[in-house]
Design a protein. Structure first.
Length: 406
């Protein structure tokens, strides 16, 4: 039976450990060392629709990495005193410059950068596993791991056709990016239907909507958690997940005002014969949108810098296996950020509960497992933006590329 998971629904594919290591060495001390990763390159053409604003109908081409950066990963694993020990380093370089000829990886136009995404150790056993270091966050990670654009391009961002770094996929168009962060995370033992992960994370500054008064005093770690449940009936598979995040930050060392950022997310994936369906959503306050805790769209704090703004979003995705090697998929999603219910001025700010930003996108793609290690991807995306913080605009993104996993 055709399995969609062989192409783009492998839940761990975002993490380089999922690549099948071509090089594994057994060392004399009982430890093993492996090297794996991927290289991906896409041609991306973007064209803004006419919307009556300056720069409308602009078009650009770029040769770049997709949503997934290239990866070079190094693993060392050993066993001592009944404990499973591991160390992981993940280098994530990128192909494209930021729209200029000479780009040396510094300044605001940095491109072709080496992103040190992963540095962590693991200690595991019958009790579960502790992960300590820098790794993908828990809140929202299933949303991105099940995104069809993980092996593609998805949304580029309106006006971002020549930008540096990776593309957005569905980040900001259905979920907030969990990113890779310093953490101490405990996970229950794997291999069982239900797994729980709870982590303490390095807290993040919450950027002010006005500027100059960010909430940058963070005495306590951020708490993130995720629960997953896997079920299997015959050749059908089901995954249900839920997660949460909570963080407190203040705008002064003493006698300041504090903001509590909270969020929740849930989703389900069903693989039924050749059909796959993914449905996920999230809600939050003080999280911002697109990139967590950032000032994008005016930030997650009201215009008087005192009240958390609400955000929400989600996506629906449907895929179908045409053959053992080829899958077609389509998805639609949005992310919204609204003014707080008070503490917002009128006029240009729109007042309480006004929509600040809404990013919407629709993606259709063809995904082919050409060989065991090589994947081909073709995608078409239409993205839209609206709200008082961004001019109404839309853009087409057309892409085709190749990924080689080693």
């Amino acid at each position: 039976m055709k399995r969609l998971t062989a192409i783009w629904l492998c839940a761990l594919a975002m993490l380089p450990m999922a690549a099948h290591a071509q090089l594994t060495m057994q060392m004399s001390n009982g430890w093993s060392f492996s090297f794996a990763g991927n290289v991906n390159v896409f041609w991306v053409y973007t064209k803004e629709d006419s919307n009556g604003t300056a720069g409308s109908q602009a078009s650009n081409s770029s040769i770049r990495t997709g949503l997934l950066p290239a990866f070079a990963t190094f693993d060392a694993k050993g066993k001592e005193a009944g404990l499973n020990l591991g160390v992981h380093f993940g280098f994530a370089p990128q192909v494209n410059n930021a729209g200029v000829h000479d780009n040396f990886g510094n300044g605001t136009q940095a491109g072709a950068q080496i992103d040190m995404r992963q540095i962590f150790m693991t200690v595991g056993g019958n009790f579960g596993q502790f992960l300590v270091g820098r790794e993908l966050g828990l809140f929202g990670r299933q949303n991105i791991l099940n995104d069809q654009t993980l092996y593609g391009v998805g949304s580029v961002g309106i006006g971002g056709g020549q930008g540096g770094g990776t593309t957005l996929g569905r980040i900001g168009y259905g979920y907030i990016y969990p990113n890779f962060n310093a953490q101490v995370t405990y996970s229950t033992k794997s291999g069982r239907p239900m797994q729980l992960s709870v982590g303490l994370f390095q807290p993040s500054v919450v950027l002010s909507s006005v500027g100059g008064n960010s909430y940058n005093f963070t005495p306590l770690p951020r708490l993130e958690a995720e629960a997953t449940y896997n079920a299997k009936g015959g050749k059908n598979k089901f995954l249900i997940w839920g997660g949460g995040v909570a963080q407190n930050a203040s705008n002064a060392a003493t006698d300041g005002h504090s903001i509590t950022s909270v969020g929740g997310t849930a989703g389900v994936r069903a693989d039924i014969s050749s059909l796959s369906i993914v449905l996920s959503g999230y809600v939050g306050k003080g999280l911002g949108t697109l990139l967590m805790f950032s000032g994008i769209g005016g930030g997650g704090i009201s215009s008087n810098d005192s009240i958390a703004r609400p955000s929400d979003g989600g996506y629906l995705q449907v895929g179908f296996g045409l053959s053992k090697k080829t899958t077609i998929a389509a998805s639609a999603g949005l992310s919204r950020l609204k003014n707080a219910d008070s503490g917002e001025a009128g006029g240009a700010n729109g007042g309480p509960n006004t929509l600040r930003t809404q990013l919407t996108s629709y993606t259709a793609g063809l995904y082919n497992q050409w060989t065991k290690s090589v994947r081909l991807t073709v995608e078409v995306t239409q993205e839209h933006q609206q709200g008082i913080a961004t001019p109404n605009a839309s853009q087409w993104d057309i892409s085709g590329g190749i990924l080689l996993f080693y």
